[in-house]
Design a protein around this ligand. Sequence first.
Ligand code: SAM
Length: 216
Amino acid sequence: MDDLSRYLSGLAPEHDDVQAEMADYAAEEGFPVVGPAAGGTLRVLARLTDAESVFEFGSGFGYSATWWARGMAGGRVVLTEHDPDELDMAREWLSAGEYPVSFDYRDGDALSIVTEYDGPFDCVLVDHQKERYVDGFDEVREKVAPGGVVVADNVIRGPADFDTLVGYSEGEPIPDDASASTRGIAAYLDAVRAAPDFETTILPVGSGLAVSVRTE
Ligand SMILES: C[S@@+](CC[C@H](N)C(=O)[O-])C[C@H]1O[C@@H](n2cnc3c(N)ncnc32)[C@H](O)[C@@H]1O
């Protein structure tokens, strides 16, 4: 881990008991959860937006959902996951915690599930297949409340190649042999940065979050 990541992790908020169990399980299994530094950012964003309605593309076993919930006074978090076993684990863990929200557990393709909701969403997490991030944004953008946020994980670390993304940020074309994940992250950053009704900033917490706020 580099010094910046160690610093941000060292200053991240404490897990609650359920989150601590989930984090141990993620570490044992090598499962990519957002972690406490990025999770703490989700909690702050939920609080800043007075979030009552949250939608996640790719929830795994529910770890990121707990961070949103810890920043909310009530309302609902929609979890989507196409692995039913993970969703079962989410049900078990989230019901063991004391979160002041209801959880909507949706098994299937997040991109299809989102079409069943009208919104408005105060907060959205984009954390499914990287090559389909743009599709997720396109489906959800009109359903985000003004002042609401869309947060995409893995824009610095994870399956995308960071060196290629640095070149992309400096205006170089994405090489033909770049992975689908690398292309997906670059395309997502293109899309949110070009969206006239969103402003985007990148935070180096966890695996790197792109935070886009809806301005109108
Ligand atoms: C990085 S993990 C999510 C971690 C979670 N957000 C957290 O931090 O606790 C990505 C998850 O998305 C799921 N997934 C990927 N594509 C999906 C899709 N199109 N619809 C639903 N789930 C999807 C995967 O099965 C995996 O569990």
